[in-house]
Design a protein around this ligand. Structure first.
Ligand SMILES: [Zn+2]
Ligand SMILES: [Zn+2]
Length: 347
């Protein structure tokens, strides 16, 4: 085992360096994973642009959080995993003891432990994540497939929150990788899906994921409301999912609902932004507004099951493969262009 490795270190805004750093040391219960695939994520791009994420990563820090690889070392007391196993680990684990964990809202855990460092040859998976959010991969699941587990777990939690039932219409706004995962999962769940996105390539992707109808997003919100009504016999959609992360888009999502409809505000908006809601509409139409952050151990497990069953594959979401040395260029590219799929980084 070497004691140095190549890794991406985030120092601040758009300041990311590929460096030689010590291979992480293990505490009891930890495992060391040789990363075989790490996927880029919208959150990473946001963090790269801003230089930090108050909850998830404070620089200087190892970077990247969607990964799969091989177990190459185990800390004292590890019994669940053995050397050589192919595994996937989520980027966090809850304490299971606090007020929120005891209420089944582990995503809101007061002591959520985050782990970063997927863009590296090796990553230490801390004991708590080993215990609660790490799994062995069946042979047919590729590393890239498996690395989709974390974002998919967030999506499944968002979809759960809407209580969407088979046969209902789910309208997804925003067709980046997350929006497309919603399209796919709503379809697999047996819903009719309307997908709203700006770029023709995104609309094509949505159709490939199973969207029944696509609507081109434009600045004229009334036209979008009108179109969704036409597609839902004048009623509006049963469920709307906002996966854009803009206040105006959150407001639009509410306007797409039928009476008794449910919205999930999934896309995080910039800090200090506000939306306004029509109180009469909320009241007389009995609208339900939900929002989602992160995942829970049960949605992590459910996400892996979807991947194992083949409902979601890397082929659908990863359209570029690059060595770790090119990460800076990849991040700059993703920052400059919207509407990208994921890039697999192979350290
Ligand atoms: Zn992610
Ligand atoms: Zn907790």
């Amino acid at each position: 085992m070497k004691n140095e490795m190549t890794a991406a270190v985030l120092y601040g805004r758009e300041n990311l360096r590929i460096e030689n750093v010590p291979v992480p040391e293990l505490d009891p219960g930890d495992i060391l994973v040789r990363v075989r695939a790490a996927l880029t994520c919208g959150t990473d791009v946001k963090v790269f642009r801003r230089g930090y994420h108050a909850r998830m990563i404070v620089p200087p820090a190892l970077f990247g959080h969607e990964l799969a690889g091989d177990v190459v070392a185990t800390g004292d007391g590890v019994t669940k995993f053995a050397l050589g196993q192919r595994v996937v680990a989520a980027n966090s684990a809850p304490c299971e003891e606090c007020f929120y964990c005891r209420r089944g809202a582990q995503n809101l855990c007061e002591d959520l432990l985050f782990n970063n460092g997927a863009y590296a040859e090796y990553i230490r998976i801390p004991a708590r994540i080993v215990e609660r959010n790490t799994y062995v991969l069946p042979e047919h699941v590729t590393y890239q497939d498996a690395a989709l587990m974390e974002p998919l777990a967030c999506v499944l939690r968002g979809l759960d929150e809407t209580r969407a039932r088979p046969g209902e219409t789910v309208t997804v706004m925003g067709l980046g990788p997350i929006g497309l995962m919603f399209v796919r999962m709503a379809k697999v769940h047996g819903c009719r899906v309307i997908a709203i996105g700006r770029r023709p390539s995104q609309l094509d992707n949505a159709i490939r994921m199973g969207a029944d109808e696509v609507v081109t997003a434009r600045d004229d919100q009334d036209a979008i409301v009108e179109r969704v009504r036409e597609l839902t016999s004048g009623h509006g959609t049963d469920v709307a999912i906002e996966a854009v992360g803009k206040p105006e888009s959150w407001e639009l999502a509410v306007r797409l609902l039928r009476r008794g409809g449910r919205v999930n505000f999934f896309g995080g908006c910039p800090t200090d932004t506000r939306i306004s809601l029509d109180t009469q509409l909320l009241h007389y139409s009995e609208l339900t507004c939900t929002a989602s952050f992160h995942h829970t151990p049960s949605t992590v497990r459910a996400a892996l099951d979807r991947i194992i069953s083949g409902d979601v594959t890397a082929r659908q979401f990863v359209n570029r493969v690059e060595p770790l040395a090119n990460l800076l260029e990849v991040m700059r590219h993703l920052m400059a262009h919207n509407g990208h799929m994921k890039t697999a980084i192979i350290p």
